[in-house]
Write a protein that binds this ligand. Structure first.
Ligand SMILES: NC(=O)c1ccc[n+]([C@@H]2O[C@H](COP(=O)([O-])OP(=O)(O)OC[C@H]3O[C@@H](n4cnc5c(N)ncnc54)[C@H](O)[C@@H]3O)[C@@H](O)[C@H]2O)c1
Ligand SMILES: O[C@H]1[C@H](O)[C@@H](O)[C@H](O)[C@@H](O)[C@H]1O
Length: 342
């Protein structure tokens, strides 16, 4: 990393200029303070050029390593598809650059472990994983409430995760590795417990799901604190983007995600609107997530969900995919938590 003047904005290379990457470019350019996008990288040269052209003084690249070597790049935001994350993370570590890596950290536990080991070799944390729900005001309130202990010990967490429609490349395994990855992290974070086993139940697929897609699925996590966390994942629900969670504790329950910000009464009916995608539902969360990353990186630090969290979620999802394929209850085997993440 080139020496940055003390109050100069953080120069960010955004890797992957698809839906999330382009939105993060807009966010850093228009919403976030203390950072500017200096590089946009995409294997699709035209896409990189088109997105880079939206920001003054921003250079387009097709090679992440070349972008990371540029003098005006101080930090990296990885928004390429999951299988490309490991190479980008290891290249960023070579230059000791702070990284905000979209979820999943990597698509499987073995590659996540390689990232974990490479970060430990640096001797300090460099990665924040894009589990943005931790920055959502509703999730943050639920976590804070559970942490006070006022409701007693959490016994169960009920989660619903619904998308309007899945993209054409989505597979049955991706309902877990790409979507339920969020609940794997949210469960660990909200309960402060590790997930020890996963069971996946398969209702008859919806007629609206593409052929051969097992949608919806019902996933049950067991934790080392004796709690159960269930997830309805339904990625072709057709009507909206809904993410809800209810914690059932010894002395009460707490629920988020009903989305009743605006309720209307008209002609004998009451109702409201439902978000249609994650950019709408979690816009504030992404803003807070990226701002927290920039603030920490400008001071040489790293905050938020760690590579350990990314590894743990990857191991849980891998067990979930095995449970989906083979049936039954699959245990999650984690390595001992390294000192860097305790
Ligand atoms: N946090 C969230 O809620 C959320 C929401 C959507 C997507 N995501 C995550 O964001 C990432 C990107 O998802 P998306 O929906 O934007 O995908 P996308 O397919 O819209 O965009 C990915 C882009 O990366 C480019 N790309 C592919 N391989 C690359 C490589 N090796 N180097 C550089 N660029 C490469 C592609 O050409 C494409 O432009 C994924 O990890 C996904 O899981 C997170
Ligand atoms: O990649 C996306 C993203 O992570 C969304 O937040 C989630 O709701 C979708 O199910 C998933 O496919």
């Amino acid at each position: 990393m080139a020496e940055r003047a003390p109050h100069a904005p953080l120069g960010v290379a955004v890797i992957g200029a698809g839906r999330m990457g382009a939105d993060h470019v807009r966010r850093i350019d228009r919403v976030i303070s203390g950072a500017r996008v200096t590089a946009v990288v995409d294997v699709d040269a035209e896409r990189a050029k088109a997105v880079a052209a939206r920001v003054d003084g921003c250079t387009a690249y097709t090679d992440p390593v070349a972008a990371m070597a540029a003098a005006d790049v101080d930090a990296v935001l990885v928004a390429s598809p999951g299988p490309a994350h490991e190479a980008a993370l290891l290249a960023a570590f070579e230059r000791d650059l702070p990284v905000l890596c979209e979820k999943p950290l990597t698509p499987d536990a073995a590659s996540a472990l390689r990232v974990l080991e490479a970060e430990q070799a640096l001797g300090h944390r460099r990665v924040q994983v894009g589990f943005m729900r931790r920055y959502d005001p509703e999730y943050a309130r639920l976590e804070a409430l559970l942490r006070t202990g006022q409701l007693g010990r959490p016994l169960m967490l009920h989660n619903r995760h619904r998308n309007v429609a899945s993209p054409p490349f989505f597979t049955s395994a991706m309902l877990i590795s790409d979507s339920v990855a969020h609940e794997a992290d949210a469960t660990r974070w909200l309960l402060g417990q590790e997930i020890t086993a996963v069971t996946v139940l398969r209702p008859a697929p919806s007629a609206n799901a593409p052929d051969a897609l097992q949608d919806p699925q019902f996933v049950v996590f067991e934790t080392d604190g004796g709690a159960l966390s269930d997830v309805e994942i339904f990625v072709n629900c057709g009507f909206g983007y809904q993410v809800q969670a209810e914690a059932v504790c010894e002395r009460g329950t707490a629920r988020i995600g009903d989305g009743h910000a605006l309720v209307t009464n008209t002609a004998g009916r009451w109702g409201g609107t439902i978000a249609q995608d994650w950019t709408e539902r979690f816009g504030t969360a992404y803003d807070r997530e990226v701002q927290a990353w920039v603030d920490a990186a400008r001071h040489g630090g790293t905050t938020g969900p760690s590579a350990w969290d990314g590894y743990a979620a990857a191991a849980v999802c891998e067990a979930g995919v095995t449970a989906l394929r083979e049936g039954g209850r699959v245990t999650v085997e984690l390595v001992e938590k390294p000192a860097l993440y305790r």
